[in-house]
Design a protein around this ligand. Structure first.
Ligand code: HMG
Ligand code: MG
Length: 289
């Protein structure tokens, strides 16, 4: 198979999908969702977030989720971490990959992590050092890569700057994120073209929220630019509690169908994914009853 037709989907539903649900979802249900996603063939699943339970109560059971998540060869279970404390706990619980999260907007950095962009990068250095000691890869997110819920349009140069800093400190991949789903293909193109002046496509991933229904059109722009790693969440679950207006992530089923139609190979079984998506929808309904 031609290498450029291979695409990796990072299933972020158990973390980015569920973190925004107000009502408590049981650890057992979270583990069932992860098991179904694993059975659907995803090779990377972001299982939980080792963030402060005061900031995101839904992720308070991170330890039990990471310890209890079903593992299989070929699957990397990752954990979102904001600092060294989170990294220590995530690694102890068996995380196989870490993800740190920065922002291209100062206001969002403050609202989401109570620090400046520069302070967030400084906090990540010990995370990278620790991950290095354990041989774990670290993804770096850049939130508000197109728009910020507080500041509006974000300059593509600001996104490139944060991407460069995340790679400098040792991240193996940078995920540019349209946190509130306002990107259009033209704006995605401008942002990615600017970022790719200094970052090669092989180090980039795209994380689109589908608030405006444009996520798939934006994926096409990224594919044309050579990017082959994309995030999605089962059933389009999702949003960030500190990003008002952020609706669901791009739904995994929509992404899988879109990629299949275009002849890309992703390794996800559609029927098994549909079962996981139905389960995710029931979880959301139950949480909102
Ligand atoms: P802070 O209050 O400034 O932190 O929060 P602190 O260092 O002053 O500590 C305060 C308390 O938090 C202390 O506990 C610490 O021990 C504890 P206390 O003494 O009060 O009992 N604490 C922790 N507990 C557990 N795990 C930790 C941890 N660190 C400190 N890792 C902090 C700063 C970064 C911790 C906080 O702001 C936070 O946890 N923020 C997370 C917010 C979040 O998870 N947002 C959603 C994820 S990002 C996202 O969704 C975007 C993304 O999907 C991409 C996109 O779409 O844009 C990735
Ligand atoms: Mg997100």
């Amino acid at each position: 198979m031609e290498e450029s037709r291979k695409v990796t989907i990072v299933e972020v539903g158990p973390r980015d999908g569920l973190q925004n649900e107000k009502a408590k979802i049981s650890t057992r249900d979270k583990l069932a969702l992860i098991r179904m996603l694993s059975e659907a063939g995803f090779s990377r699943i972001e299982a939980t977030a080792f963030v402060s339970p005061k900031w995101v109560p839904q992720m308070a059971d991170h330890d039990a989720v990471m310890r209890g998540a079903q593992r299989r060869p070929g699957l990397l279970l990752s954990a979102l971490v904001p600092n060294e404390k989170g990294a220590v706990a995530a690694i102890a619980a068996g995380a196989q990959e870490l993800a740190v999260f920065a922002s291209a907007s100062e206001t969002f950095a403050e609202k989401n992590t109570n620090c400046t962009i520069a302070e967030s990068i400084a906090r990540f250095r010990p995370v990278l050092a620790l991950a290095g000691q354990h041989g774990l890869p670290v993804r770096g997110y850049v939130s508000c890569a197109v728009d910020c819920p507080y500041e509006g349009a974000v300059a593509p140069e600001a996104v490139r700057d944060v991407c460069e800093r995340l790679l400098e400190i040792g991240c193996s991949e940078v995920a540019v994120a349209d946190t509130i789903g306002r990107a259009t293909p033209a704006r995605t193109d401008r942002m990615l073209s600017t970022v790719m002046k200094s970052v090669v496509a092989e180090r980039l991933a795209c994380h689109f929220h589908d608030t405006s229904g444009m996520a798939l059109a934006n994926i096409d722009i990224a594919l044309a630019g050579g990017i082959r790693v994309f995030d999605s969440a089962a059933g389009g679950l999702g949003g960030c509690p500190y990003a008002p207006g952020a609706a669901g992530n791009l739904a995994s089923g929509r992404l899988v169908r879109h990629l299949s139609d275009r002849g890309f190979v992703h390794g996800v079984n559609s029927e098994a994914l549909e079962r996981a998506e139905q389960f995710a929808a029931r979880l959301r309904l139950a949480a909102r009853d």
